[in-house]
Design a protein around this ligand. Structure first.
Ligand code: DX5
Ligand code: ZN
Length: 215
């Protein structure tokens, strides 16, 4: 069974608490939090303050995806906001190991994400230190884009590598819908991020149930 992580980016920002409650009722296990800085990506979303204000209203695992330069500057605030996973971009730092160690020292689970043009083999030196690897299947920055099918090769590579004894979860983000989700899970994805597909569904509960039972 895979884990669904709806992306709050696709929610109605004028009623975030209500949106979280709807996800609670649908028994959604994770909440994906897209943090953008208008620098690493050409968009701005929300920060640790909003994450902290939602924390008391849900037990969902908070899966923070930091699309920012200098991710190390965000670690303490996200820890204090109640983030469970802190995922930064490999392309956003010259010293990934230092960022990994700092996240770990702050008691959060550690994730690294890569953009579509980055080689998955660039992650090899860090595999043993990671709890999660996030493969972007669209260019980061915006919801509602078209799924890049060739990213599934990266998922397959990570799945094969994992058999060597690594513990990371394999997550995919961007353009996930019922069709692409099926293919992603078949390739080895264990966590599915979905924004538009979940928040745009007429029956959100049914949508959540569909993704959660894929295997
Ligand atoms: C893109 C974000 C994604 C995005 C997913 O930069 O990381 O999480 O919101 O949205 P959909 O599912 O609409 O592609
Ligand atoms: Zn994301």
């Amino acid at each position: 069974m895979c884990i669904l992580a709806p992306s709050l980016l696709a929610a109605d920002f004028s009623k975030l608490k209500d949106e979280v409650n709807i996800l609670n009722e649908a028994k959604t296990p994770w909440l994906h939090l897209d943090i953008m800085d208008y620098c690493f990506v050409p968009n701005l979303s929300f920060g640790a303050g909003i994450v902290k204000s939602l924390r008391p209203y849900t037990q969902m695992i908070f899966d923070a995806h930091l699309m920012v330069i200098e991710p190390e500057k965000y670690i303490k605030d996200f820890k204090n906001a109640g983030a469970d996973y802190f995922t930064f971009h490999l392309e956003a730092t010259d010293n990934p190991q230092k960022v990994i160690d700092e996240i770990r020292a702050n008691g959060m689970k550690v994730g690294i994400s890569i953009k579509p043009k980055t080689l998955v083999s660039d992650l090899e030196p860090y595999l043993e230190y990671l709890d999660l690897i996030l493969i972007m299947s669209v260019e980061p920055g915006f919801g509602g884009q078209k799924f890049m099918w060739d990213m599934l090769e990266k998922i397959q590579w990570l799945k094969a590598k994992k058999q060597e004894g690594y513990n990371y979860l394999i997550e995919i983000d961007g353009g996930i819908n019922r069709e692409t989700a099926k293919a992603a899970v078949k390739s080895g994805a264990e966590v599915l991020v979905a924004g538009t597909a979940v928040f745009g569904a007429t029956d959100l509960g049914a949508e959540v149930a569909y993704y959660s039972t894929l295997e």
